[in-house]
Design a protein around this ligand. Structure first.
Ligand SMILES: NC(=O)c1ccc[n+]([C@@H]2O[C@H](COP(=O)([O-])OP(=O)(O)OC[C@H]3O[C@@H](n4cnc5c(N)ncnc54)[C@H](O)[C@@H]3O)[C@@H](O)[C@H]2O)c1
Length: 469
């Protein structure tokens, strides 16, 4: 039976969240054996595709700029666009035609219109840029229809949804990659390059975060009648958006690839005050969100422990008015690399050309010359350790510092060449699992929660991601 007959996209966000909060998850179940006929997808390479026929679901804040980037990427053609609002898809189609000379077919109007697009166009790759609760159902349907699925962050919001995605990918032998664009950030790529070149030694600890005051998004969402994000903030309590910070540091540590993997997580959330106060101050008295009980703590702090004993701090805060930060810190036996601002120290790192100012932040002596801080010192670091992928495809003036374009270019390049992708389905599942696992931990006073082993033990046979040329 095809997947779309078994499961439907949830009718409302509230219904989805109610069901996810009341249904038992597969956490704690013994890991079932991989069904016969399914294969491990850790280093999977699909047949090469001459011109990748791309379809896109969800054309809004994220989907539109992504769609337009395909006009400048070789070996692909956007054949279909689908949104609940057909006008959004029409506008994107017209702009894409202006840029590429080819007009994709437009679908929309119902929450199931994407199934019609899959049936009619049979795309090679589908990019899913919709609200979180739709990701798992859509990704599974895409794979069941023969397409590789590329899903915006997070891959899914429940352990059940993550397992469904893993199982579908293994059953259909289709890629399912979570689109963690931050792994393609210029500094993140440079740090990966430095870690692979041994400058950090053996990693022992990392710190990751998504700290971004996005309260104002509630105003644009309220004006547009778009309520899914606010529903999640009101009904859940944990680290709801962990992957931008975690993805890069997990790849520095090569987690779920050969030597080490995710073991457990503990998590605590702060008081929940900021969202309710913002709504009270900024929205009209009669707005329905005035009556919402915002459960999600303003700041969530989680700590992951790996099987080998490494630790990763993962913090999330989209609510307090503090400066943007993803932390991006990796500490090892020989060196430490840190972001926001970029700073590095290490036994095998020679000092910058001349510490011309007080950029060492007040420290002195030997240590001082091991630290880089400020734009000039960062430029010096780029000159020494730029990742070859950034040198080939990067453009710091492009959207999000060029990370989106590098990610999409790499996806198409790998499909065209028939090579493994840079992020496999299991990495997307482990990184996304932090949200539901942190919710469980928070609700149990910070008690440790084991990670499911989405690889069923096969992480030991997946090579680390190398330095992609
Ligand atoms: N990687 C990043 O930097 C980044 C940045 C922003 C958002 N995101 C992610 O992108 C996704 C979308 O975020 P957004 O801000 O664009 O949300 P949004 O609410 O602005 O847009 C979602 C779009 O999906 C459409 N949609 C929903 N259900 C649909 C269905 N069944 N069929 C067709 N279309 C449907 C909606 O009509 C809307 O146009 C989220 O997962 C978010 O976390 C990632």
């Amino acid at each position: 039976m095809m997947m779309e007959e078994q499961q439907q996209t949830p009718a409302t966000v509230a219904q989805f969240i109610h069901e996810r909060n009341t249904n038992p998850s597969r956490e704690g179940e013994a890991v079932a054996l991989r069904p016969e006929g399914s294969v491990y997808m850790g280093n999977f390479a699909a047949e090469p595709i001459e011109t990748v026929r791309v379809a896109i679901i969800g054309l809004s804040e994220r989907g539109i700029p992504q769609t337009l980037q395909f006009a400048s990427i070789p070996h692909c053609r956007v054949v279909g666009l689908c949104d609940l609002q057909p006008s959004a898809a029409e506008e994107a189609a017209a702009e894409l035609e202006r840029r590429s000379g080819v007009r994709p077919q437009v679908y929309g109007g119902s929450s199931e219109s994407y199934l019609e697009m899959l049936r009619e166009l049979k795309p090679d790759a589908v990019f899913i840029n919709t609200s979180w609760e739709t990701h798992a159902v859509m990704a599974v349907a895409c794979m069941e229809h023969g397409a590789h699925a590329f899903v915006e962050v997070p891959l899914a919001t429940t352990l059940e949804g993550l397992w469904q995605i893993v199982d579908a990918s293994e059953r259909t032998r289709r890629h399912c990659m979570m689109l963690e664009n931050v792994n393609y950030g210029r500094v993140e790529l440079m740090f990966l390059n430095m870690v692979r070149r041994g400058l950090v030694g053996e990693p022992v600890h990392a710190e990751a975060a998504y700290i971004h005051d996005l309260r104002s998004r509630m105003l644009t969402d309220a004006a547009a009648g778009n309520n899914w994000r606010t529903c999640h903030f009101a009904a859940r309590n944990g680290n709801l958006y962990p992957t931008h910070g975690l993805g890069p540091v997990a790849q520095y540590m090569s987690l779920a690839r050969t030597d080490d993997t995710f073991e457990s997580i503990v998590s605590m959330s702060s008081l929940s005050l900021g969202r309710a106060a913002f709504v009270q101050r900024e929205l009209p008295e009669e707005h329905p969100w005035q009556n919402l009980d915002f459960r999600c703590g303003d700041v969530n702090t989680s700590i992951i422990r790996t099987r080998a004993g490494r630790t990763i701090l993962v913090q999330w805060d989209e609510t307090t008015p503090r400066p943007y930060n993803r932390k991006n810190m990796i500490a090892g036996t020989l060196g430490v690399l840190a972001g926001f601002p970029t700073r590095v120290a290490g036994e095998q790192l020679s000092p910058p050309p001349a510490p011309t100012d007080d950029s060492c932040g007040g420290s002195s002596g030997e240590d001082c010359c091991q630290w880089y801080m400020g734009p000039e010192a960062e430029a010096d670091l780029f000159a020494r350790y730029e990742h070859p992928l950034y040198a080939r495809l990067g453009d710091e003036n492009a959207r999000n510092g060029g990370m989106d374009f590098i990610m999409l270019s790499r996806v198409i390049e790998c499909l065209h060449r028939g090579e493994p992708l840079d992020q496999n389905v299991y990495e997307g599942a482990f990184w996304s699992a932090v949200a539901p696992l942190s919710e469980m931990s928070v609700s149990q006073g910070g008690a440790p929660q084991p990670f499911p082993d989405f690889t069923r033990g096969d992480w030991k046979h997946t090579p680390p991601l190398g330095i992609v040329p």
